[in-house]
Design a protein around this ligand. Sequence first.
Ligand SMILES: Cc1cc2nc3c(=O)[nH]c(=O)nc-3n(C[C@H](O)[C@H](O)[C@H](O)COP(=O)(O)OP(=O)(O)OC[C@H]3O[C@@H](n4cnc5c(N)ncnc54)[C@H](O)[C@@H]3O)c2cc1C
Length: 374
Amino acid sequence: MSNNCDFLIIGAGVSGAAAGYELVKSGKVLMLEAEDAPGYHSTGRSAALFTRNYGPSLVRAISTASFDFLVNPPPGFADHPLLTPRGGMSVALHGDEARLDKVLALGTEENPILELSVEDALKQAPLLRRDQIARAVIEPGVLDMDVDAIHRGFLKGLKESGGKVITGARVTELTRTGSGWQVKASGETYQAKFVINAAGAWANQIGMLAGAKSIGLVPKRRTAILIDPPAGMNVSQMPAVDFAGGETYIKPSSGKLMASPGDQTPVEPQDIQPDEMDIAVLADWLERHTQLTIRRIDHSWAGLRSFVADEMPVAGFDSSLENFFWLAGQGGFGIMMSATLGRITASLINQGNIPNDLGARGITAEALAPNRCQ
Ligand SMILES: Cc1cc2nc3c(=O)[nH]c(=O)nc-3n(C[C@H](O)[C@H](O)[C@H](O)COP(=O)(O)OP(=O)(O)OC[C@H]3O[C@@H](n4cnc5c(N)ncnc54)[C@H](O)[C@@H]3O)c2cc1C
């Protein structure tokens, strides 16, 4: 196999995979992944929700623009639907009622958010407690994503078009060669015209290796647990529930419940593990505010959500390093934004601009450019 390519992508999470899926249409792609399997870090640890009304307005525009692709992916991308109905309910405890006004205001004709009586909220989410809940709203357009199928679909498309994914290849050196790059990873040397930095929580470190200025990326730990619903309660049709005013959320997951305290503790990039104290505090909170009694935690994990200061993604060429492209800072929205950010990456590299349909949604190259945070 030749180690020369047009586009060398660092990181085979969903961001790198989506970029590779688009870039392979215009040149040879090599993707280097440090771990033995793609998806080991953030991509494999998400809550798997497609929520159009989540994050800053630019994020919401990018996520919304991914919807058509995920509902109607190209033939052969996946053999079953990537999105399935879930619904997202926001509930307020006594004293927090007014916080739901902001949530309601985010509703649109295309994706409404509706007031719900407390009785209806309890019917839809029977694990809530009548004495705790003061107000509820529902966003029916929240969907479950099959993250594994989305990620595999991008990688499959990349490989079918001649792209290569090399696992166990940790990039440790990046050197400029004329207008291109030489990249060293686990004993091999690669030559590329363009480098795409899709290294997730490690993107800043990869930038430093290349000689770029920091974009101030901060990985933040988020914890999750998997628990049993109350005995005899079928939660399969229950919407995801978040508690306004706190960050705690609960969602059904394969007959069980996933819960998270919604923590965001700044940490160094690493194979992040859950903190026992965060789990104990979450279990106690759930027992006090819902009908859950937590006898056993089936599984717990943590993942990294990486943000720059304005919490919007970074997609663009470094202003001082030729042919070095940043694709980073996807925070807690990277799966739902992936299809659109992949298109943006290919368009900025090949045409130097944002596709017209995305421009019409108010997505601009300037808002995504790395130099805004350098
Ligand atoms: C608990 C939790 C819940 C979330 N919920 C949602 C949700 O509901 N919806 C949503 O859209 N998003 C959600 N997210 C966010 C989403 O998971 C991330 O935004 C997304 O997975 C980021 O993908 P990525 O490809 O950029 O990063 P990653 O998946 O981390 O991929 C980066 C890859 O780069 C590789 N790499 C790093 N350094 C090197 C190197 N030197 N050489 C080679 N390879 C390297 C890593 O090994 C890694 O595989 C959630 C995240 C968490 C943690």
